[in-house]
Design a binder for this molecule. Structure first.
Ligand code: BES
Ligand code: MN
Ligand code: ZN
Length: 507
């Protein structure tokens, strides 16, 4: 992964292959955004003609616009990469962290294949240094594990130096260190999502977790198919029984000696969702390796909490199964007995996520966490409702739903609060079982949430994130978001763990 350094060198003295500066839209052309004295120094090196040189080659300062110029003699870095920041903030106002994060990410992407880039973006103001660092690292991500030798392409930007006059201050190094941990854990989730299903089945996912966790002091417990059967995990077993690769339930835990609260996280880990006997059509199955994005986010978050030494216990549950059609698959109409004893009539085997999640939620509630959040690529309906870049937030507690939604905003992730209408439960009635796994089509994302709520017991405070839209980017890269796996919800969950550690969980 990309190497990170903070430096108080100036943009015209740092030895690098490129210097990144910010550009804002001005009334009569682009204006270099003041950085750590950076833009000013670069402008000086250009004899005061940086803005006009950039304008000459078409720069406007639009958000994420990239313009390259060679530097004049005397500047060690041979290249200036100017990245647009859009309209300048009001006088005296800081840049929005997400603006900086995206700009840094766009610049890092544009520099793929380079060895070393210095970022001279505005890093004063709350969270600006963290945002620039995080964006640059997230934008530098590449996934080449499955490219043939010699076909790896440009490769990621290898070294990032963030220029910061306060580089020596402890609070600055701490902010950069946090950004590095968060970016590396987002990258871990992206790697897991991008790994094709023939290389990541439930057992392999569990083995990866088992081998990675001890390094960070994270406990691991794996329930294989035998122990799942002994424990009565009918949802996970019912979904996994059609596959040659048996299911797993993995429990990971970061335990802090200073913890006053426990946050439990449950992630949907369908390593491939074919739909099962309710088979998905061509056009709907090509990206279904991404259906374990929730479990990936949960594992990354638990590791991040450990690496950051957060004063909170974080328990993660990874509900891992492969949903395949075969002679041993669950049939539409079959009834499963879930963990805890509720029965479910499976009317559509493609509504499998809620079945594995139900078992894991019921199990997680037994440990009486102070809060429980599940993360799942659960419904296409959520993408219809909120699009491809925004995840839905539902909860059994209004204040907690607001807290989670605001936490996502703090982390720079788009989310939106949604209700769990009680009347939708009526649509999940079954003549033969306690519940059916599908109900009303209208508001299908909410119906799925209402189904999950039935498995949240003991008055546990619970939130549900449906990341079906943002987990996988089928379009072109943008800002710090690559094509493919995005690591959706990792930053939100890490921030949530921090807020729980800070005692912000009211009530
Ligand atoms: N994994 C899918 C949801 C999904 C769709 C995630 C597109 C990412 C992109 C989920 O298991 C599913 O198939 N849901 C069904 C539920 C329906 C049968 C009630 C859906 O949304 O169509
Ligand atoms: Mn499905
Ligand atoms: Zn699914």
């Amino acid at each position: 992964m990309t190497e990170l350094t903070l430096s108080n060198l100036s943009a015209t003295s740092v030895p690098a292959d490129a210097v990144v500066i910010g550009l804002v839209k001005g009334g009569s052309g682009p204006v270099p955004a003041p950085g750590p004295a950076a833009a000013a120094a670069v402008d000086e090196a250009f004899g005061g003609r940086l803005a006009s040189a950039l304008a000459t080659v078409g720069a406007k300062g639009e958000a994420e616009e990239i313009t390259r110029l060679p530097t004049p003699d005397g500047v060690p870095a041979p290249l200036v990469v100017a990245v647009g920041l859009g309209a300048a903030p009001e006088a005296g106002e800081p840049y929005a962290p997400e603006t900086l994060r995206r700009a840094a990410g766009a610049a890092a992407r544009a520099l793929a294949g380079s060895e070393h880039a210095a970022f001279a973006l505005p890093v004063d103001g709350d969270g600006a240094l963290a945002a620039v660092t995080e964006g640059a690292l997230l934008g530098a991500y590449t996934f080449t594990a499955f490219k043939g030798r010699g076909h790896e392409g440009a490769g990621p930007l290898a070294r990032i130096t963030v220029l910061d006059p306060g580089a020596a201050e402890a609070s600055h190094t701490a902010a950069a260190e946090r950004a590095l941990v968060v970016a590396e854990e987002v990258a871990r989730a992206r790697d897991l999502v991008n790994t094709p299903a023939n290389a990541l089945n439930p057992a392999r996912f569990a083995a990866l977790v088992e081998s990675a966790a001890p390094e960070y002091g994270v406990e691991v417990e794996i329930l294989d198919e035998t122990r799942l059967a002994e424990g009565g995990y009918g949802g996970i077993l019912g979904v996994g029984q059609g596959s040659d690769s048996p299911p797993r339930l993995v429990r990971v835990a970061w335990r802090s000696p200073a913890a006053a609260a426990t946050l439990a996280l449950v992630g949907k880990g369908i390593t491939y969702d074919s739909g099962g006997l309710s088979l998905k059509p061509v056009g709907a199955n090509e990206t279904m390796k991404c259906d374990m994005g929730g479990a990936a986010a949960v594992f990354s978050t638990v590791v991040a909490a450990a690496r950051l030494g957060l004063a909170v216990n974080v328990t993660g549950w990874l509900a891992l199964a492969e949903n395949m059609p075969s002679g041993s698959s669950t049939r539409p109409g079959d009834v499963l007995t879930m963990y805890g004893g509720k029965t479910v009539e499976v009317l559509n085997t493609d509504a499998e996520g809620r079945l594995v999640m139900a078992d894991a939620l019921a199990r997680a509630c037994e440990e009486s966490p102070d809060a429980l959040v599940d993360i799942a690529t659960l419904t296409g309906a959520m993408m219809v409702a909120l699009g491809k870049r925004t995840f839905g937030v539902m909860a059994n507690d209004d204040a907690f739903r607001t807290l989670v939604h605001e936490t996502a905003g703090q982390a720079g992730e788009a989310s939106w609060p949604l209700p769990l209408p009680a009347d939708l439960l009526d649509t999940l009635k079954s003549p033969v079982a306690d519940l059916a796994n599908v109900g009303e089509r209208w508001g299908g994302g909410l119906t799925a949430g209402v189904f999950l709520q039935e498995f949240v017991t003991d008055g546990t405070r619970w939130g549900h994130l449906d990341i079906a839209g943002p987990a996988f980017n089928e379009g072109g890269p943008f800002g710090y978001t690559p094509k493919g796996g995005t690591g959706s919800a990792v930053r939100t969950l890490v921030r949530l763990a921090e807020r729980v550690a800070d005692g912000e969980l009211a009530g």
